[in-house]
Design a protein around this ligand. Structure first.
Ligand code: FES
Length: 202
């Protein structure tokens, strides 16, 4: 397996994660427990912030599969971090729809606010900045994912506002940052514009 300088010697799921892992494994028929590899990798990452080689070996053991098979999954999907990340993993989408809607400004604002480039962590360990492919929220482009939350309809100012709030220990509200309701048309609702609905026959 590949290694990096951060690799710990060992890994063990804590009691809570182990319980969840057993729950995932139990969802599959006997002999098919390998199907739980992705949720177990996710649990390891939620516990440690990333997926170490030691964690993959523990998962391989639990699922009775070769460690290389676990690593193949962990390295195929970019959602699994193969090295430690900051408390807040800021993933900025720069794919075409986001780029057309101004992701260059989001990237510049994020780099300026955090003082790091892509693939780097701030010295206080609070933020890691990553460039990612489409995150499936193009309708609210440009956007960035921070841990489990999507921040959408961004520009330079709102990107800085979100990141500054996190620095202060606040939890900025996820979703559109320009006042838009979910993925409503930018010009406002074009259907269902009246709030009264006829529920009975006249
Ligand atoms: S291109 Fe950015 S979310 Fe799809």
């Amino acid at each position: 397996m590949s290694s990096n300088s951060h690799e710990p010697e060992s890994f063990a799921f804590n009691a809570e994660m182990l319980e969840k892992a057993k729950g995932y494994i139990a969802r599959y028929p006997a002999g098919r427990q390998q199907s739980a590899v992705m949720p177990l990798l996710d649990l390891a990452q939620r516990q440690e912030g990333w997926v170490s080689r030691a964690a993959m070996e523990v998962i391989a053991e639990m699922l009775d599969m070769a460690p290389i098979r676990v690593e193949e999954v962990a390295t195929f999907y970019t959602m699994y971090n193969r090295k430690p990340v900051g408390k807040f993993h800021v993933q900025v989408c720069t794919n075409l729809p986001c780029m057309l809607r101004g992701s260059d400004d989001v990237v510049a604002a994020a780099k300026a606010a955090l003082g790091v480039g892509f693939g780097e962590m701030t010295s206080d360990g609070l933020f890691t900045l990553s460039e990612v492919e489409c995150l499936g929220a193009c309708v609210n482009a440009p956007m960035m994912q921070i841990n489990d939350d999507y921040y959408e309809d961004l520009d330079a100012g709102s990107t800085k506002t979100v990141l500054d709030a996190l620095k202060r220990g606040e939890t900025p509200k996820p979703g559109p940052q320009n006042g838009r309701q979910f993925s409503c048309a930018a010009g406002g609702p074009s259907t269902l514009t009246e709030l009264t609905f006829q529920t009975e026959k006249a």
